[in-house]
Design a protein around this ligand. Structure first.
Ligand code: FAD
Length: 328
């Protein structure tokens, strides 16, 4: 009999990603309603110190897949180790954040386990027959579909900020289980030699409360410094449209949209971005949207809560100066 709502707790360099806390918090609610245990899985090397935090967010049990072979993410090693654990323990559901890592990992797990996958879901509905149903946006967010999965575990990747992380409860404890790490040598097709990290004091794009993005209207790579100056005053992440990325002005990890990251910050400021449907698909769920564009007919104003018709090279530095006064 399969059991438990399982959550993949994603960590990098020993730091748990925000999405995992959102999933644990929502998973706790589902587990309580269904009368199931909430089980977390942490994968990596020397990760035992993360169990306390995971317990505080509601996990009853924490499985550790701890091995030097799992120190850095590689598709083969993670797929091999997790498939074996999931086959053995047979959870009812296994939820992952819809992150770059899980976009790679989840389809492989689905294929190995021979189960369906609901990807990029934004809500979970409880169901008598199917246990859980998954809501996901389709047609670049113009409609939603409700996905039923026939097989178990019910496998889904969940979009960041779809659920709210609860306050951690320091009195909570979890049973810690050190799982046997069993990786097929045949799965180690890629050996990771080195990792180049971009060190930034800014928050990660998908986790930031404020995102400031620039588009083709930025006109040149060096002009992104005016967005960075504003971002550093308000503690924001910097994003971009695909046009800015394709122009080589900013790395593609900062692209927001259908083929980039999906963000849902409290505040999104779009600078020199026209508002193509593929861009809106990545930021339309932001709570408050401010658009700065010199064209009063730009479609971005249709989704903006506040629109500033003007030259971003005048408006952005003015905003920076005003925000400086507020935060000082
Ligand atoms: P433009 O559409 O050229 O708009 C630039 C804007 O800047 C204009 O509105 C202009 O009025 C304004 N402007 C110019 N100068 C100034 C100034 N000085 N001050 C103020 N405003 C100024 N796009 C994405 O962003 N993300 C995606 O993930 C994505 N995925 C795609 C996937 C597919 C399959 C396809 C076909 C396209 C995708 N696109 C994506 C591209 C998308 O269709 C648009 O081409 C792109 O979003 C346009 O970027 P932009 O708004 O920066 O540029």
């Amino acid at each position: 009999m399969s059991k438990g709502i399982w959550i993949f707790v994603e960590q990098a360099a020993g730091k748990i990603r925000k999405i995992s806390f959102e999933l644990l918090s929502q998973g706790r609610k589902i587990a309580d309603q269904k009368g199931e245990p909430l089980v977390a899985v942490i994968v990596g090397e020397n990760i035992a110190n993360l169990t306390k935090e995971v317990a505080e967010y509601g996990a009853d049990q924490v499985y550790l897949l701890d091995s030097p072979q799992l120190a850095q993410y590689t598709t083969g090693a993670y797929t091999s180790a997790l498939t074996k654990l999931l086959r053995k323990e047979e959870p009812k559901a296994f939820l992952l954040g819809h992150t770059a890592l899980a976009k790679d990992l989840a389809p492989r797990l689905a294929q190995r386990l021979g189960v369906g996958l609901a990807s990029d879901i934004v809500d979970i509905e409880q169901d008598q027959d199917k246990f859980l149903l998954f809501k996901r946006p389709v047609y670049t967010g113009s409609a939603f579909s409700l996905v039923e999965i026939e097989s178990t575990p019910l496998l889904a990747t969940v979009r960041a900020k779809s659920f709210v992380a609860s306050e951690p409860d320091s009195s909570r404890q979890a049973e810690v289980i050190e799982a046997t790490v069993d990786i097929d040598p045949a799965d180690l097709k890629v050996i990771l030699k080195d990792v180049a990290l971009i060190i930034t004091s800014r928050p990660a794009l998908t986790e930031a409360d404020i995102v400031i993005s620039g588009g083709r209207g930025m006109k040149a790579k060096e002009n992104f410094t005016i967005l960075e100056a504003l971002a550093d005053v308000v503690g924001a992440a910097v994003g971009a449209s695909r046009a800015a990325v394709d122009s080589g002005w900013i790395d593609n990890q900062f692209q927001v949209g259908q083929t980039g990251s999906i963000v849902a910050p409290t505040l999104y400021i779009a600078c020199g971005i026209s508002g193509a449907i593929q861009h809106i698909a990545g930021m339309g769920a932001s709570k408050v949207i401010i658009a700065i564009n010199k064209d009063p007919d730009a479609p971005i104003f249709n989704v903006a809560d506040y629109g500033i018709v003007g030259d971003l090279f005048e408006v952005v530095p003015l905003l920076t100066e005003e925000f400086k006064k507020l935060v000082n």
